[in-house]
Design a protein around this ligand. Structure first.
Ligand code: C2E
Ligand code: CA
Ligand code: CA
Length: 460
């Protein structure tokens, strides 16, 4: 047997003993593909660096053969490579990629166990042994400097993601995914050049996986329930409305808060199903109370920005209002300010239509977005919810000035105003002084199960 072949057989044995079945299968597949091709086919044409498959096999071999060494993967990607191609031409873009490859080769020079790759387009990787984290940061800094020295009439923005192997049997493909995850947290941000895949990201990733795996079942088994947080008139203490806030009653994890799962669902689109599930329960709740002749107040529902571009949400809200015999005046549609960033005519049509039907529109998180002032001029809003950011440091005279002028301006525009996140008496005092009477916050009530809210209304 040739020396090389022997080595591969040895490594394969090592891999089989130490890897999980899934990782082992992936490894075998890569190995097979590698064997099918000759050496040239395993290099990326433009830069002569390994392609992703060859990189995985070579790097895995290094790890398994050197179990006492520490290894890491650094991936590199540009936030704006397409723009560079467009602005400066493909030749310049290609030149930049070659410059990256050369920079990486410089880093690898004279070092054993290092494997370089050009995965695709503008994505590169370095697999390297190290002793101290600072060596990895040094590789990043050197490479960044060499890239910056490639003079083109455009600011290039490379970002680096780093994953350190947690064991000699960790799959290189997993390391690569984690490094990419770390990279994506900083891509395009001027202030950060590199990010390590850390425990926080690992936790977030596990949570995201849990959400993705469990959410369909949660929808089927009605684990998603609205809590309602009362809105109050600060002068009289009267409950003038409520906001529906989703809570996930997870069979193992207990109550999961929305910020833990909504961001994932906004990415995979399932927020639409979750919203509809909450809206339905709220319409039903109001409808039942009306039918029983009990007291009702308008309840706000949150409308994720995913919805506003198609008409399904509009029809859905109108259908629920008919099905449960709920007059539109009793449901307020809360849309976050950032939902209006894309100036989309269709979206405005849907909102105007709903408004014509009698639903009130409320702009949530006012003051946290970018183009707030223009939006106020153009949007068909009825209510503005001032974000708690305006009142957290109310003792600060600058905050007071911003708050009082904001309230004045909104009153001038004839908009209903409510402030959220009121937690203490000082905040309430300032708000009343500036002429804002409606609030929502822990000072009055926390979000509560629907039944509790019902009891509260019954007592009122
Ligand atoms: P949001 O719409 O701005 O809702 C207000 C959030 O502020 C709620 O958090 C509420 O519990 C919290 N809050 C209320 N009063 C206070 C206070 O005095 N102090 C502080 N610190 N917080 C207060 P929650 O329930 O965790 O919801 C977080 C966000 O999740 C919501 O922010 C909303 O953007 C989203 N969300 C909640 N339910 C739904 C839903 O059914 N659909 C959609 N699309 N998004 C939802
Ligand atoms: Ca809201
Ligand atoms: Ca809000």
């Amino acid at each position: 047997m040739e020396e090389n072949q022997k080595k591969t057989v040895n490594t394969a044995r090592l891999v089989r003993e130490k890897m999980s079945d899934g990782d082992f299968e992936l490894y075998l597949y890569s190995l097979k593909k590698l064997a099918e091709n000759n050496y040239e086919n395993n290099l990326t044409f433009m830069t002569n660096l390994y392609n992703i498959r060859a990189f995985q096999v070579k790097a895995q071999e290094e790890m398994l053969e050197n179990p006492d060494m520490k290894f890491a993967i650094i991936v590199l990607d540009f936030a704006n490579f397409n723009t560079i191609n467009e602005f400066c031409g493909r030749d310049v873009g290609d030149g930049l990629l070659k410059c990256v490859a050369d920079a990486l080769r410089c880093e690898a020079e004279g070092k054993d166990h290092t494997v370089l790759a050009h995965f695709r387009a503008d994505v590169f990787a370095v697999f390297t042994p190290f002793e101290d984290k600072s060596e990895l940061i040094e590789i990043v800094n050197h490479t960044d400097k060499r890239i910056a020295a490639y003079k083109i009439p455009y600011k290039v923005l490379p970002a680096f993601g780093i994953c350190i192997a947690d064991s000699p049997t960790m799959a290189v493909s997993t390391m690569r995914d984690y490094a990419m995850l770390a990279l994506n947290t900083i891509k395009g941000k001027f202030y950060a050049k590199y990010a390590f895949f850390d425990d926080e990201m690992r936790k977030q990733m596990l949570l995201n996986k849990m959400v993705e795996n469990d959410i369909i079942k949660a929808l089927e088994e009605e684990q998603l329930l609205p809590f309602i947080q009362p809105k109050v008139d600060m002068k009289s203490g009267e409950i003038v409305g409520g906001e529906a806030l989703v809570r996930w009653h997870h069979p193992e994890k207990g109550i999961v808060m929305p910020m833990k799962f909504i961001p994932v669902l906004e990415k995979n689109g399932l927020i639409i199903d979750v919203d509809i599930c909450i809206w339905r329960q709220i319409f039903k709740f109001i409808g039942n109370r009306i039918a029983a002749g009990e007291k009702v107040v308008p309840i706000s529902i949150n409308i994720s920005r995913q919805h506003v571009f198609d008409s399904v949400f509009r029809d859905c809200i109108i259908d629920f209002s008919k099905e449960f015999h709920v007059p539109p005046e009793l449901v307020v549609l809360e849309l976050t300010e950032s939902g209006f960033l894309e100036d989309n005519e269709k979206m405005y049509d849907h909102l105007r239509y709903l408004k014509e039907q009698g639903f009130a529109l409320s702009m949530d998180d006012f003051g946290t977005g970018y183009s707030t002032m223009t939006m106020l001029k153009n949007q068909p809003m009825d209510e503005i919810k001032i974000d708690r950011g305006f009142i957290v440091d109310i003792e600060n005279p600058k905050s007071q000035s911003i708050l009082s002028h904001t309230i004045n301006m909104l009153q001038d525009l004839d908009l209903n105003i409510i402030v959220e996140g009121v937690e203490n008496a000082a905040q309430q005092e300032y708000l009343l002084k500036y002429g804002c009477n409606k609030a929502q916050g822990f000072l009055y009530y926390k979000p509560m199960p629907m039944e509790e809210f019902a009891t509260l209304l019954d007592k009122a």
